[in-house]
Write a protein that binds this ligand. Structure first.
Ligand SMILES: CC(C)(COP(=O)(O)OP(=O)(O)OC[C@H]1O[C@@H](n2cnc3c(N)ncnc32)[C@H](O)[C@@H]1OP(=O)(O)O)[C@@H](O)C(=O)NCCC(=O)NCCS
Length: 256
């Protein structure tokens, strides 16, 4: 059986139609599959990297080979018992070219850009899904996605490439999480919601069903979003109201 494992074995999401499927086998065949270990590197040795490491260590088909981080202060260091390599090339020198990579950077745009650059260099992108997350069999999950502990991605939801679904977050049925979007812990996304590319949803927000969140929009922590939010707009409060437009000087790092 020719099956490549590029996501955790513990959960078996199907992939977006335009992406090579992870499991092109039936449900019955899946139960007979034996785990095949995949070598995975984590790009970024910060907080996002550490939580990604925890997810991957909880998966039974993954050998985490190292962090990739060019920060000179981290050179030859170990973080949570995992070695830091200064470049992606250094990982390939040490472990060969068959390692996959997941980009564990909190800033949405940067995460997408790094992922696309590494893909161009021939890297296979890996999606990390914690075994305690519940992913509907009908949900579709892209590449370089991180899904944290106790998240729920319900029926026919779609999570596009490079998105982050944080701990205990609910993505209800038929919702779409755009490429590079990030949904913070404890957020509740109602059914048929659309979250635009690179949007940021703050901790504990509630998004009512059928709402559309624009590209690069920011939803403040704890907001109750009752109406559509335009692109590049920050809203806060209950019900959420416009706070500011997001220009090129917006400091995305202050959200992390
Ligand atoms: C919306 C947000 C970006 C505002 O940050 P900020 O500009 O630094 O805000 P400040 O702390 O300077 O507060 C400015 C005002 O907004 C209010 N405010 C701040 N955050 C708010 C929020 N989430 N909802 C409602 N009001 C908020 C403050 O009380 C303050 O009001 P005041 O002027 O009447 O005193 C921030 O609160 C937020 O929600 N960040 C998301 C963080 C997050 O969830 N990260 C996930 C990590 S996993």
């Amino acid at each position: 059986m020719d099956v490549r494992y590029i996501a955790c074995m513990a959960r078996m999401p199907s992939f977006l139609p335009n992406i090579r499927p992870v499991y092109n086998v039936s449900v019955n065949e899946r139960s007979e599959m034996q785990p095949m270990t995949q070598k995975v590197a984590i790009f970024g040795a910060g907080a996002q990297g550490r939580v990604t490491l925890d997810i991957l260590r909880a998966c039974n088909n993954v050998a985490v080979v190292g962090f990739i981080d060019s920060n000179p202060d981290l050179k030859s260091q170990k973080i949570n018992d995992l070695s830091v390599f200064g470049s992606a090339d250094a990982i390939r020198e040490a472990f060969g070219t068959d390692s996959s990579v997941i980009i564990a950077l909190g800033a949405n745009k940067i995460r997408m850009n790094v992922a696309n650059a590494l893909k161009t260099e021939g890297w296979q992108l890996f999606s990390a899904i914690h075994p305690s997350a519940v992913i509907s069999q009908s949900a579709r999950i892209g590449q370089n996605v991180a899904i944290m502990p106790h998240a729920l991605v319900h029926s026919n939801a779609v999570v596009h490439d490079h998105a982050i679904i944080n701990s205990s977050t609910v993505i209800e049925h038929d919702s779409i999480v755009g490429a590079g979007a990030s949904v913070s812990p404890g957020t509740q996304v109602g059914g048929r919601v659309t979250i635009g590319e690179s949007a940021f949803i703050g901790t504990g927000a509630i998004i009512l069903p059928r709402v559309t969140i624009g590209e690069q929009a920011v939803i403040a922590a704890g907001a109750l979003v009752t109406k559509d939010v335009p692109d590049r707009t920050l809203v806060a409060g209950s019900p959420a109201k416009h706070v500011q437009d997001i220009d090129d000087d917006f400091d995305w790092k202050r959200l992390l």
